[in-house]
Each structure stands twice: as C-alpha cells, then as structure tokens.
Ligand binder design. Structure first.
Ligand code: ATP
Ligand code: MG
Length: 234
C-alpha cells in the first residue's frame, strides 16, 4: 500500500500502554512520511540519563521503578524540544509518543500549542492485549541514541546485539522487566481516562485495536490518509 501525500500538517498524539507499539508505529509512519518529525518523551529522558544531565539524575530512579516524572519537568523538556526543532512554526507535521500522558501535561501542552495555533489535530489510542505486550517487553532491545527498537522474536537486529544503522551496542531498558512493567501498566490505566476525556471533548480521539503492529499500522495509515490525504474529509 502506498501512502498519499499529506495535504495539511498532521499533529498527532499516539497513546498506548507501555510496550503497546507507539515507537514501532512511529517509525513505520516516518518511513512513509519523512516530513513527519517524531518526539518520544521516554527517548528524550533516556538521552538525558545517558548525558548525565540534572534531569537525567532525577529521571533515573523514577524510570527504573516505573513511576511517572513530575508533569512540569516532562512538559518543559518536550515543549523545549518542539521549539528547538522549530516544529511550532510554519506548517510542520509531527507526532508525540509518550507525552502528554496525564491530564495536567495535556493542559500545559495545549495552552502552549494554542498560542501557536498548532494544536494536536489527531489522537490515536492503540488497544493491545496485555498478554501480547508483556511478551514484547521481555524481548525488547533498544538503541538509546536513536530510540530504534528491536524485538528478538519478530524484528531482530541484523547482527545480534548491534544497531542496524550505526553498529553501536543495543541495551535492555532497566524498566523492561515483569515487575516494573506491572507498575507501568497500572500507572497507565490510572492516567489514560482523563486524557481520553480531554481529547474526546476536542473531537480528535480515535481508537485502533490489534495484536501486532502489522495489523495496527495499515489501520493507522488508512485513518491518517482519510483525514489528511488529498481526499481528506476535514
Ligand atoms: P513503551 O514501552 O511503549 O516505550 P512506556 O510508556 O512504558 O512505553 P516510555 O514512554 O519510554 O515507556 O517511558 C518510560 C518512562 O519514562 C516512564 O515509565 C516514566 O518513568 C518516564 N516518562 C516518559 N514519558 C513521561 C511522561 N510524559 N510523564 C511522566 N513520565 C514519563
Ligand atoms: Mg516507547
């Protein structure tokens, strides 16, 4: 399936449980649409940890135990990145993965985006069964500098343990284990309701269900094409 060009800017938020495929869907979408920029709060935080910044030092223990970081801190980090990359100026298309994930974060972001007339115009919540994601988490390896994700079962790296693009070593996320995963999942279930309500009221919320990104991605593609392609409905 080829992808029609976007005819207006897409500002997308992907919501999914931990291990629900936000990163995988983002990278598939970016392959079809190099004009989209993706920002993942988890990836930005892992970079801060790697670079040993003060945000990184606050993030380490909270992330390892699967707890959320303070709303203002994460919001500042992601919004700063949106601005640094000039994504709020002109007709840019971008997607956010992992942020906002609480109502407070959504409100902080929304008021900033409103000032720039660049509010989120599509939210997709991915619905994936818990049994599927638990299995994924255990087999997941990441290339921290780029956020590229590998799965030993269905998308292994070409050379075991190394990133396909840079040849650098892959890491296991310290929060990708059964105990912390349970905490992350509980956290998600607690915070997602108010987010749904917030974006539901704005009329931009969509749900897509499936057991794998091979099932989910074509549905994401179709939805985006219907709304942002040449024959877009809106
Ligand atoms: P996935 O497994 O699909 O990457 P996830 O949502 O569990 O999903 P990340 O998004 O990478 O994983 O987030 C990892 C951790 O980083 C979270 O458990 C949390 O500690 C912290 N974090 C990331 N984004 C936020 C956020 N928006 N607000 C607060 N904490 C965050
Ligand atoms: Mg992720």
């Amino acid at each position: 399936m080829t992808f029609a060009k976007l005819t207006r800017p897409l500002r997308l938020l992907l919501i999914a449980p931990p291990g629900g495929g936000k990163g995988t869907i983002s990278s598939k979408l970016l392959k079809q649409h190099p004009e989209i920029t993706s920002l993942s709060s988890g990836d930005l935080l892992r970079q801060e940890i790697k670079n040993q910044t003060s945000i990184g030092s606050q993030a380490t223990s909270l992330m390892q135990s699967g707890k959320l970081l303070p709303d203002q801190l994460v919001s500042d980090l992601v919004i700063k990145e949106l601005k640094t990359q000039n994504l709020l100026q002109g007709e840019k298309s971008w997607l956010l993965d992992g942020f906002p994930r609480t109502l407070a974060q959504a409100q902080i972001l929304d008021s900033d985006l409103y000032k720039e007339s660049s509010q989120i115009n599509m939210v997709i919540e991915l619905k994936v069964p818990h049994s599927v994601i638990l299995d994924r988490i255990e087999n997941r390896w990441v290339h921290i500098p780029s956020g590229r994700i590998y799965n030993l079962t269905y998308s292994p790296p070409k050379v075991p343990g190394l990133d396909d693009v840079t040849g650098e070593p892959l890491s296991k996320r310290p929060d990708d284990n059964v105990e912390v995963f349970k905490q992350r999942l509980e956290q998600y279930e607690k915070t997602v309701g108010p987010l749904r309500e917030f974006y539901g009221k704005q009329g931009v919320l969509n749900y897509i269900a499936g057991d794998s990104s091979d099932i989910i991605f074509p549905k994401v593609q179709k939805l985006i094409e219907e709304c942002f392609g040449p024959d877009g409905k809106y």
